[in-house]
Design a protein around this ligand. Sequence first.
Ligand code: HEC
Length: 165
Amino acid sequence: MAAALATLLVAGASAALAEPAKAVREENGKYFAANDAPTYNVKADGTVDWYTFSGYRRYHAECHTCHGPDGMGSTYAPALVDSLKRLSYEDFTATVIQGRQNVGGGKESVMPSFGTNNNVACYLDDIYVYLKARSDDALGRVRPAKRDDKPAAAKEAENVCLGAS
Ligand code: HEC
């Protein structure tokens, strides 16, 4: 019984660890890992997929003031380059949508909720895949020099999300 429980706990722990997110399939210019979470694609010549590039821009517009340039963290907020080694796609999106507050010990640490901010909520996958690429060391501390064109599917999803279809 104890052994079975220990096995279960170990299995649970390893399932919770985020895997390196190698792309195993592509759909309309968007890449997915074996666990079906969206992921990045960086070609040998450094060209990144559209979503990774878009995520780079969104991250630096909405998140870097607290989380530091390139996901490197600050004295105020954690390095998301490290967080994404641990957080699943679902953990990530839930945290960004809902936000999180840690108040106590004389220190207030607040992750705002972005659920109603369309500049973030409509681009969650983009920001995730950018940070995943950084976290897996597939992308350095640079603005991606070359990128794929914006897929028609990205434009459509954006229009629907922004309510401008
Ligand atoms: C106003 C500052 C601020 C902004 C802007 C901000 N965050 Fe945060 N974020 C925080 C703080 C502080 C924490 C740590 C909260 C805690 O202590 O639980 C955090 C935590 C997180 C976590 C959980 C990290 C972990 O290791 O568990 C994720 C994921 C995250 N933020 C993503 C984002 C993304 C993506 C954006 C941009 C859309 C963003 N944050 C914008 C302050 C911010």
